[in-house]
Each structure stands twice: as C-alpha cells, then as structure tokens.
Write a protein that binds this ligand. Structure first.
Ligand code: SF4
Ligand code: SF4
Length: 373
C-alpha cells in the first residue's frame, strides 16, 4: 500500500494556527488516538541540535512541540520531550538547550516531562546493514511510543535533514563523532541512519516546516526561510520525499533517500505517495541548496596520494575566521581530532575527514567552507 503523508498549511508561528495545523495533519492520518493510548509514555524526539533560540530555526519550534504535547495529552498519553544534541550528553548541557530552545517553557506550560536520563546502552540490531550493535540513549527504554518532530533543513553533509536524519539524535552525545569517523562516506553514513531507523521504528513523524533552514544548514550557517507547512506521516522516508520535493530538491539526490530506495525501504517518488490535505504544487517553495558536496571521501580516490591531492583541491575544507571565540565546541565534536585551539580554532587537514560537524555546531558562525577548485 502506498504510504500516506499529510500536508497542511501553517503560515505562521501563532499558537492557534499551529495547533489547528497539527490537529488537522493528525486527523488526516486517522487522529492521535490511533497512535497513542491512555497511559502511554510518548517520546517527542525533537531536533535539539544545539542550545539555540527558536527564531534561529535550528531547533523544532516550541509551538509545534506544544501542539503535539497537547495532542498526546488529549489521548491520555504522557509526553516526554527529549533528544541528545551535539556535544556532551549531560544534565547541564540539556538544561541549557531546553531553556534556550523554549522547551523548558513548553514543559512548564503543559506539564510535559523533559528528559534528563543521560544513560546509554549498546543494543543488538540484527536487521541493520552496517550496524549490528548500536549505541543508543537509554531513554528509548522508558517510552512506549516514539514520535519524531524534525525541523525542515538543508544539510551541508547529507544535503537534507528531516524525519530520517533526526534519528541520529538517539546516538548518545560524544558517540556521534565516533560514528562520523567510522562512516565517513555520505552513502555509508546514510546506511547507518537507515539502520537506526530500522531499530527505532518511530510511530509517527510530524515535521515543523513553518520556517526551515536553507543553504548551509543545519546549524547557524544556514538561513531561516519560510516554507509554511506541517507534514505528518507514519513513514519517515516518505515524509522526507515529500518535504524535499516541496523545497525544490530532487529526492533521489538526497543520499539517505537514495539509499532507502536501493534497500527497498522506500519509494523515491512523490507519485508513489498518497499526499493528504494540500496539493504539493500549491505549496512549493524553493530552498537554496547547501554548498558542501557530501563527498564520499573514501570512495573518491583509493590511492592515498591522489586522495590527498583531490581533497585539497576539490572538497570544501573548514577554516575558522576571526569570529572564533575559542570556545572549543568544534574541537570537542571533531571525530578526527583534527582541531586545536590556539589563537583560534586551527584544523589539521591531513586528519580532517570533511564531515563538517565543526561548521554545523559552531554557535558563532566562525567556520567557513573554502575550496580551491
Ligand atoms: S570555531 Fe566556533 S566552535 Fe570552534 S572554537 Fe571557534 S567559536 Fe568555538
Ligand atoms: S575539522 Fe571539522 S570537518 Fe574536519 S573532521 Fe573535524 S569536525 Fe569534521
């Protein structure tokens, strides 16, 4: 059966408008009661990339989270808001991120639970193609239902981040750089994300596409851009296919979607998806593409010398500029240990794998991507 994706207009972050749009999207999918039963603990897996204010559009907007919290509560469920952002996964870091992103206010307003369980564990993932043993946050054990709340964003490394990529947040804090190091090729990285999807199996995904990020997202180097919609689906990849089509991308150019199609996990075409609500053609908006090329470094050149030459010339490399305040966040998250902090962040390009985590997580927009060719 063709997967269904609900597409609903939501032109502004006004409480009433957002609640109405989220409610309509869920009604189109049969209503929240179809997915959440009385007493269920429901993880609302938000996009909490970093401690960033809602107006930066980097994190899921608190009004969208609040609207979903109220839906879950109306079905008798207990909403738990959580994510493992970039950087260390500890209480202090979570408190800061919840406060800045507006999640603390949502919890105070609605009585939703904010997750502070920072434990992690290794689980068996026999269905995984690359990862048979997966490191995940323990919070997954504490919930009955998982609803992801991705933010619509282009991505410098994976080209797009939505319903599927958001699941990287179930990998605990500083284990994420280790996964980046292990899966440097964007195709392998995408396969790894699909392995996580196969393990987590979210019940629903509800995307905040009211204002997204275009260009060099998913962090501060991208630009907020209005898209004006909420999407919802039981099928994470189908939702991403619709989202990318809406912002003018070819879904099959997004490595995660392409790999999902190759693995028989999804369709890569909106023509094979039942879109409920608005018509895609009426809601299209063009997003600027990211400048990175998500280059599969290990497969580009097998010879070490050629690879080094190619890397130097063709693949964008990160450089810190004078906005650098030497906070060390990039160094903490560099999977290759390629960054030292002296007068500013300095990269060792013989070690750098071009994952762009530094660019993504620098809160001061101090890292630019340069290329020689
Ligand atoms: S480049 Fe950015 S993240 Fe890195 S030390 Fe400088 S300000 Fe901090
Ligand atoms: S320097 Fe930046 S792009 Fe290079 S490996 Fe480290 S985090 Fe990734």
């Amino acid at each position: 059966m063709a997967p269904s994706v609900a597409l609903v207009k939501c032109s502004t972050y006004d409480e009433g408008t957002v609640e109405e749009s989220v409610s309509r999207a869920l009604d189109l999918l049969g209503g929240i009661g179809k997915y959440v039963k009385k007493g269920d603990r429901v993880l609302l897996k938000i996009n909490l990339l970093s401690a960033s204010a809602p107006e930066n559009a980097i994190t899921t907007h608190p009004l969208v989270v609040e609207a979903v919290v109220k839906q879950v509560q109306s079905a008798g469920g207990i909403p738990v808001i959580g994510d493992s952002p970039g950087g260390p996964f500890n209480r202090k870091m979570l408190e800061n991120a919840y406060e800045k992103s507006g999640m603390k206010a949502v919890a105070e307003e609605t009585g939703a639970v904010l997750n502070y369980n920072t434990g992690s564990k290794t689980v068996s993932n026999p269905g995984g193609k690359l990862i048979k043993k997966l490191d995940v946050i323990k919070l997954l054990d504490d919930v009955d239902v998982i609803i992801t709340l991705p933010k619509l964003k282009t991505h410098i490394f994976t080209k797009f981040t939505g319903s599927t990529k958001i699941l990287f947040g179930v990998v605990p804090g500083l284990t994420k750089p280790a996964y980046h190091l292990k899966f440097q090729d964007v195709g392998l990285f995408s396969d790894m994300l699909l392995d996580i999807l196969a393990y987590v199996k979210p019940t629903l995904s509800i995307m905040d596409g009211v204002i997204g990020i275009e260009g060099d997202g998913p962090g501060a180097q991208g630009d907020p851009k209005k898209a004006g919609f909420i999407l919802a689906s039981q099928d994470s990849v189908a939702l991403d296919v619709v989202a990318t089509t809406l912002i003018g991308m070819n879904p099959m150019e997004v490595p995660i979607i392409k790999r999902a199609v190759e693995r028989g996990m999804a369709t890569g075409s909106v023509n094979d998806i039942t879109v409920l609500g608005e018509r895609i053609d009426d809601m299209k908006v063009s997003f600027k593409k990211p400048s990175g090329n998500g280059s599969p470094l290990n497969t580009v050149m097998s010879s070490k010398i050629m690879r080094r030459i190619f890397l130097k010339a063709a693949v964008p490399y990160p450089v810190a500029d004078k906005k650098c305040v030497r906070c060390g966040i990039c160094r903490q998250n560099c999977p290759a240990g390629a960054i030292t902090i002296t007068d500013k962040a300095r990269m060792d390009y013989s070690k750098c794998i071009r994952c762009y985590c530094c660019h993504e997580l620098c809160p001061h927009k101090a890292i630019r991507l340069k290329r020689l060719l």
